[in-house]
Design a protein around this ligand. Structure first.
Ligand code: GLU
Length: 314
């Protein structure tokens, strides 16, 4: 049987928070309980938001909890480099291949123009792109590029993508009506998350992706991109998000429950116990190590719905 290869792919744009750690722990437990290989990839694509010191901090926080990885950031391995900021040439190759397929076109629209087109919205709240720039003539492109740097979009087909998420169940989406042509390279030249994540999961031979439920609606696009680039799509498990009592997602921007705070308040086993309780692996929060949990980890007990974290639990 094929060895399970999973990954955790944090964006080092700040200190991790409880929600990131929850996804990371589940990804790790899934891999370790199956005797698989764990990869840590730094998704530091965005030079404005990501910093090397945050990446080091992420690795340190993961180790503090008791998680390890076989390949990746600070560990090396056959599929490196493992920081996206060092993989630009590889994304350029994938971008070129998509261009050769005749699927990539420059988009000169400003945000205001996209909004003015009053297009319908995707499930993630983004507008579905109208396709306005798809039919520009060579001359129009020439003229527009004199004053604007274009973003680059991938033209999708009128095609339904279906997949079965390990936790969230069946999911289907029509690429044209539910998603629209999407950006794979930004106007500042940075390759977009959608392209980089698919290229990396494919090239790193990842066959199971465990991540937060907020990325569920990116998955049809990604599955389609996997096939275009000639990779077998991985299995997907979208885990619940941790919510504050007011329904907000815990976020690193607000610094609530970030790892700096948590490390002061908890011992690693205590925090693992809490996460494991939310993940349905323990009947009550009690100290435990990730390694102990891996011995009896059961996906069947992990809830699919988001979890509200009450301050008194912490
Ligand atoms: N880098 C993304 C994040 O930190 C995760 C991407 C993924 O797991 O596909 O939210």
């Amino acid at each position: 049987m094929q060895q399970l290869r999973g990954r955790f792919a944090p964006s080092p744009s700040g200190r991790m928070h409880l929600g990131n750690l929850f996804s990371g722990l589940l990804a790790w437990l899934s891999v370790r309980s199956a005797g698989g290989a764990m990869v840590l990839r730094m998704e530091d694509l965005d030079p404005d938001r990501c910093r090397e010191e945050y990446a080091r901090q992420v690795a340190d926080d993961l180790r503090w909890l008791g998680l390890d990885w076989d390949e990746g950031y600070q560990a090396g391995g056959p599929h490196g480099p493992y920081s996206q900021s060092e993989r630009t040439k590889l994304y350029a190759g994938a971008f070129r291949r998509l261009k050769e397929m005749g699927r990539v076109y420059p988009c000169f629209c400003t945000r205001a123009e996209r909004l003015a087109a009053s297009a319908p919205h995707r499930s993630d709240g983004q507008i579905i792109y109208s396709g306005r720039c798809k039919h520009l003539t060579e001359q129009e492109k020439q003229e527009l590029s004199e004053t604007r740097c274009p973003a680059w979009r991938l033209a999708v087909d009128d095609q339904e993508i279906f997949f079965r998420d390990k936790l969230q169940g069946d999911y289907r989406e029509n690429l044209q009506t539910d998603c629209g042509d999407f950006i794979i390279r930004r106007s500042d030249g940075v390759y977009a998350y959608q392209l980089a994540v698919v290229y990396d999961d494919g090239a790193m031979e990842i066959n199971q992706v465990v991540r937060g439920r907020d990325l569920l609606d990116s998955t049809p696009r990604q599955i389609w991109l996997h096939t275009l680039l000639g990779f077998p799509p991985p299995e997907f498990c979208h885990v619940p998000l941790l919510l504050a009592p007011d329904g907000r997602r815990l976020s690193k921007r607000e610094r609530d429950l970030d790892m700096g705070e948590l490390r002061q308040r908890f011992a690693p086993e205590e925090l693992t116990g809490l996460l494991a309780f939310w993940a349905g692996q323990l009947d009550r929060p009690e100290p435990v190590t990730p390694a102990e949990l891996a011995k009896c980890f059961d996906w069947g007990k992990v809830p699919a719905e988001d979890i509200t974290v009450h301050p008194e639990e912490l």
